[in-house]
Design a protein around this ligand. Sequence first.
Ligand SMILES: [Zn+2]
Length: 466
Amino acid sequence: MYDLVIRSARIVTPDGVVMGDLAVNKEKIAAIGQGLGPGEHEVDATGRIVFPGIIDAHVHFNLPVKNIMSADDVESGTRSAAFGGVTTVIDFTQQNRGESLKTAFERRVKTIDSKSYVDVALHSNITSISDAIIAEIPELVKLGTPSFKVFTAYRDAGMHLNDPELLRVADAVGRANGLLMVHAENGDAADFITERCDRAGQTKPTQHGVSRPDLLEAEAIYRIATLANIADCPLYVVHVSSDRGMQVIRNFRNEGWTIHAETCPHYLLLDESSYEGEEGTYFITTPPLRTREDCTRLTAAVAEGEIQVVATDHCPFTRKQMDEVGGKFNKALNGLPGVETLFPLMFSHLVALADGGLTPRSNASLILLARVLAENPAKLFGLAPAKGALREGADADFIVFDPNPIRHVNAMDLHGNADWNPYAGSEVRGELRTVYLRGQRIIENGQLYGKPGIGQFVPGKMTADS
Ligand SMILES: [Zn+2]
């Protein structure tokens, strides 16, 4: 007798879409197949899709931006995640200048304890280095943060590492069998243009894109990829926003370099015209929204498997917070909400729309979606095989999804602290019925059943598969 059996669903596994049942014992998936034996609880999922729990590999909870705290903390952010079918988020440590990476890690893990509705993994943020900090990198890999994020921008905020520093980090991360993550933009050039705009009184939100052109992203990717290659360190480029940036990655990859790419829903769905509206400043995020052509080409890159991960860079602010800093692009709070709409938007964009609805053809799109939203991030950040795919022995993290209803995004229906949403009014296909975290029902029909603290810190462990 199984604890739980989900019956007669379309189950999205890495090897294909299975029409059948999924059985859970305790926290794990016990079996996937046809005509499985009885369960203590049984759920008829005819017409529904069972999808692996989503992993949002890039979120920021409690992130101070220009000394203002982003609107979602661990509790509200993971609650919002749960409602969106995201069962694991990967947040970042926040290293104060000169601070030990381990101290930053321990402080961050403490903020997760007893507050989280979903499982949480961490990337290590490196904003400053010293011999002692470099020497800590292997230990951080052992503690469960095998991925290290660096910035080639934000010098004023004290986050920018210069080339010799980047080389030292890449060398240490490579030796420790870790993964280097980079926010790639030529920040000095962006600062220069921003100042020039400011002096000329050009501060409308549309200037945000002018101040950070795609060339700055492409140049920074080219440079950090070169440094990582010299240091023999695998690279993951976060939030690739432009086709020009993607071209650089593609070219180096063709030479056999290990470069993984992430993009975000806003670079696939929203374009620079958002900055022209009355709420233009609200759409400010970095890198900026680009052209419609970039959206189209990045979407194709996801579909072709050239972009491994779609994650959100979730970092929302409230209208009040955004209004208080005023309408100038260079004073705006960078960041957009995203974690709760990740799955519905990407299902609509990559599956429902791609195939003109759900047909047998869309099985390939479903598998692709599972790959970029769950399987790939789990592998890259060392959370597989427990996370990221529906298979026997894995954590029973999954969602039961009805692909048929048509809804419209409304900020007030969402469960984070932001009262504004960039996708408001967008049509999305489908509705989440149930969300399970390690076999426990945390969401059903719009009701929250999980309690804060049900989510755990999950350490990443690099394996040969990563
Ligand atoms: Zn980010």
